[in-house]
Design a protein around this ligand. Structure first.
Ligand SMILES: Nc1ncnc2c1ncn2[C@@H]1O[C@H](COP(=O)(O)OP(=O)(O)OP(=O)(O)O)[C@@H](O)[C@H]1O
Ligand SMILES: [Mg+2]
Length: 406
């Protein structure tokens, strides 16, 4: 090519015929345009191949039965496969991870992957499908030119695995909860035998602490026993027919002194007349008491707790499996600090507490709402929870009534 160019220049100089643009263009064309064209073609071919490879990868990930998500440094889901779109109801990308899968444990795992490159495994429940549970493996991912992100691979737990996991978690949690007051008791006994032996004032103080710890253990064991009793009875539907209004009045009355002490106005509104319900009176008592206990324990700051009881000819969607049927609705509402949304789906799990340390301080073990859920399950009812931060929480128990004319 250079040869040709030189030839043209020499020819032009010799003949003195001046510049012949056409000839030069032809040579330049061959010298530059042709290779550039070939290069472009090659690039296009490579591009086609890369796109094909990318499509292949995408198809592969899409065919993967487990949900896979890619999260960037801004904690946004930037890619996901078909299983993730289906299981987590992902509509458009990018979307904040929080919006599709909010779980405190998961948040920490993503931070560990992005900031420290660590791989961790956590169990998560999608807010759209509270009954499903996934084991999420979270690891670091290098995002081309965009720093570090995280890859989440979720594996759905089979019912068998879920039951196994729950059973072992339960044993671990129950042992831990029992061991804590027991350890304090052992420590206090040692102090009483040793340093505090001849100190009457200290002895009184320690005995009071011991009584509190023992009461705590007793409450825990009582709760565990009632939970297992309710579960055992799950297959046998309740048979008693009872009037819901007097039952509710009697439980609320027991809480009046405590509400007064806490400076909480306890309001009770019953929309009478109400039809009788078929229910277990003891279990209904426990249900109401647990909801009231929580409202006073966690929502006292709001200064007001509202208890309402009414009858709906057709329960709304909020009533879960009771929706569309005639139902009795019992709600306990407080105006306290409320509960962060990510905790709501898990509140009824045994031993689940939003703030472990704080709940324990005020005497909670995380069994109350599990009891409520199981009581309602046995009664074919449903618990709905609504909460807004700073505004308070409303827990409603829905009990189905036989359809009119049935
Ligand atoms: N009305 C409420 N307002 C704010 N948080 C609540 C409310 N009710 C429940 N919670 C949260 O839900 C958690 C679980 O409640 P649950 O009644 O199951 O357990 P608990 O009250 O801690 O213990 P227990 O009821 O066994 O004494 C509580 O620890 C608390 O963090
Ligand atoms: Mg409670």
């Amino acid at each position: 090519m250079l040869e040709e160019l030189r030839g043209w220049i020499e020819g032009a100089a010799e003949t003195g015929r001046g510049i012949r643009p056409a000839g030069l263009e032809e040579i330049l064309d061959r010298a530059v345009a042709v290779p550039v064209e070939r290069l472009l073609e090659r690039l296009a071919e490579e591009g086609r191949r890369t796109t094909a490879a990318q499509r292949f990868l995408e198809e592969l990930v899409d065919a993967f039965p487990d949900p896979v998500l890619l999260v960037d440094g801004g904690r946004e889901v930037v890619r996901c496969n078909a299983a993730a779109r289906e299981a987590l109801a992902v509509a458009a990308l990018p979307v904040p991870l929080d919006a599709v899968l909010r779980d405190p444990g998961l948040g920490a795992a993503v931070e560990a992957a992005i900031l420290e490159g660590r791989t961790t495994q956590v169990d998560v429940t999608p807010p759209t499908e509270p009954a499903r549970r996934f084991a999420a493996r979270v690891s670091a991912a290098g995002l081309a030119g965009e720093g570090r992100g995280a890859v989440l691979v979720l594996r759905e737990m089979s019912e068998q695995v879920m039951i196994e996991r729950m059973r072992s978690d339960f044993v671990a949690n129950a042992s831990h909860e029992i061991r804590t007051p027991l350890t304090s008791l052992v420590g206090l006994i040692e102090t009483l035998r040793g340093p505090a032996r001849d100190d009457p004032a200290a002895r009184e103080e320690f005995l009071a602490l011991m009584a509190a710890e023992a009461a705590r253990m007793q409450r825990l064991i009582d709760d565990l026993l009632s939970l297992s009793r309710i579960e055992l009875a799950a297959g046998a539907p309740p048979e008693e027919t009872l009037e819901p209004a007097p039952l509710l009045r009697s439980v609320v009355a027991k809480f009046v002194p405590r509400a007064e002490e806490a400076g909480v106005a306890l309001e009770l509104r019953i929309a009478e007349p109400l039809p009788p319900i078929v229910a277990d009176a003891d279990q209904m008592h426990q249900l109401v008491a647990n909801l009231l206990d929580n409202a006073l324990k966690y929502g006292a700051a709001g200064g007001r707790v509202e208890v309402t009881l009414d009858h709906l000819p057709r329960a709304p969607a909020e009533a879960g499996p009771v929706a569309g049927r005639p139902a009795i609705r019992l709600c306990v509402r407080d105006f306290g600090p409320g509960i962060p949304a990510e905790h709501l789906p898990r509140l009824t799990e045994r031993f689940y507490r939003v703030d472990r340390a704080r709940s324990r301080e005020i005497g909670g073990t995380g069994l109350g709402l599990a009891i409520v859920k199981h009581v309602l399950r046995r009664h074919q009812g449903h618990l709905s929870i609504e909460s807004r931060l700073g505004e308070g929480s409303r827990f409603c128990a829905w009990l189905p009534l036989p359809a009119a004319g049935a």
